[in-house]
Ligand binder design. Structure first.
Ligand SMILES: [Zn+2]
Length: 451
């Protein structure tokens, strides 16, 4: 995958629908029968006023020249729109709920609209990849949960086919299937059938993305074991396991955010992890503040903390297991949904920093590949001082980082802009972070070998 002496630039973290440019999507959806009700409800809840989407679409129909810029402002996610994962998700929801994915018929049967839309979208995104000069890109697609198995197989095969069709000799497009965290096992079963039948050769990885705080890492353990077993039995169709983790942790405590990254790496044995922001963000970014988590989350944390007490203690983190057990027995009497508040003062922030170092030490020792998407994190986490960005701690401590664009359409960015941003922050050449061919899913899964 190299072109003469020039190494290949690869985007290993890019979502299909998040890669769409605003004007393209406006043209695509204008005049179509759409029902963006859930998007409009979410907008109303967030901003306490109706969404301007329909009015913008009507202006487009009337050939209003200024509508493209207004639509772009509604579509793209910039610093002014954040911070927060839910605010970001609202921008992604605009696409999802106006796309063929939102049609409930798609759960029951292959739809004409999806069959027409997906090839156009992948062509458009692949065209952006070629324009950016990428040698390869892995594109992630999430299908709705609850599809009939035959429909899911049809859709994955279509996705695979579209990636193959969009690939050229100078820019390979591979697919990654983003599965639902709550329906992972049935979704994987359908995808595995499709892979085994040789219908999805263009899908090289399985991802878990979207809202991560609503499920537990352990819930993904059965599916991760099935994926690793599948790979051992089907080396020609093996897939890399990539997991978004530690990206959003607004509704849990900082220790739990770190624990989830540790659990993901230890339990799921992923080939790459996405973001892991909590492991590297400067504690000053959060500053003195209060947050909360459920009793259920805390109980899980207490069990984990007791299990890893020795390792934490060796790293200078004070762990009082007797105290933790006492807290546990008290909490077991309470409603697991109740929220527990925790104030992060300077002492707790210092301890958070120590725990981050402990976790980064493990990530480095395991040579865990971490996908860092600079702008995405900057805007979703609302990082105003770039020195607080997690990419610094990761690179300072020599962790294995690859750069990704995440949702270049929503963030109005490109992989080379992402690389230039980090180079500007670091004052050093960072191109190698976009050229790690060995971090491609094809190689990590063992399907292809580097020669
Ligand atoms: Zn992502």
């Amino acid at each position: 995958m190299s072109h003469g002496s020039r190494p290949t630039t690869i985007d290993l973290h890019r979502h299909v629908y998040g890669g769409i440019a605003a004007p393209w999507w406006l043209t695509h959806i204008a005049g179509r029968r759409i029902n963006p009700g859930p998007y409009e409800s979410a907008w109303l809840r967030m901003y306490d006023q109706p969404s301007p989407l329909r009015a913008l679409l009507q202006r487009y129909q009337r050939n209003d020249q200024h509508v493209i810029e207004d639509f772009r402002r509604l579509f793209e996610f910039h610093q002014k729109d954040g911070p927060g994962f839910e605010r970001f998700q609202l921008h992604h929801d605009l696409i999802t709920w106006t796309s063929a994915l939102a049609d409930p018929q798609l759960l029951r049967r292959p739809t004409q609209r999806f069959a027409e839309e997906l090839p156009l979208v992948i062509d458009h995104v692949a065209e952006q990849c070629r324009r950016e000069g990428l040698g390869a890109a892995e594109l992630r697609l999430m299908l709705p949960a609850g599809m009939r198995p035959a429909v899911a197989r049809w859709a994955w095969a279509l996705f695979s086919h579209c990636c193959g069709q969009a690939s050229t000799t100078s820019c390979r497009i591979d697919g990654i299937a983003s599965l639902s965290r709550s329906h992972a096992v049935p979704q994987w079963r359908d995808l595995a059938d499709c892979l085994r039948a040789g219908e999805a050769g263009g899908i090289v990885g399985v991802d878990f993305s979207h809202r991560e705080e609503r499920s537990r890492i352990q819930d993904l353990l059965p599916v991760s074991e099935q994926i690793h077993a599948f790979n051992a039995q089907n080396p020609r169709h093996a897939v890399a396991l990539v997991v978004h983790v530690g990206e959003s942790y607004e509704g849990i405590c900082l220790e739990s955010a770190l624990r989830r990254i540790h659990q993901a790496v230890r339990l799921l044995r992923p080939h790459r992890i996405g973001h892991a922001v909590a492991a590297g963000i400067a504690p000053q970014h959060h500053g003195v503040h209060e947050r909360s988590e459920t009793v259920r989350e805390r109980l899980e944390h207490l069990t984990w903390e007791c299990e890893h007490a020795d390792s934490l203690t060796q790293h200078g983190i004070a762990v009082d297991t007797a105290q933790l057990r006492h807290e546990r027995s008290t909490l077991l009497q309470r409603d697991p949904r109740q929220r527990l508040r925790r104030t992060y003062d300077h002492r707790l922030l210092e301890e958070f920093s120590q725990r981050q170092q402990w976790l980064r030490h493990i990530l480095r020792r395991q040579q865990q590949i971490i996908e860092v998407c600079p702008t995405s994190t900057q805007r979703i986490a609302g990082i105003r001082d770039h020195h607080h960005h997690h990419v610094h701690a990761f690179l300072d401590e020599d962790l294995t980082v690859v750069l990704g664009s995440d949702d270049p359409g929503l963030f109005a960015t490109t992989l080379s802009q992402e690389c230039a941003l980090v180079e500007q922050w670091r004052g050093e050449d960072c191109r190698h972070l976009t050229e790690r061919v060995g971090a491609c899913s094809r190689y990590l899964s063992g399907r292809d070998t580097l020669s």
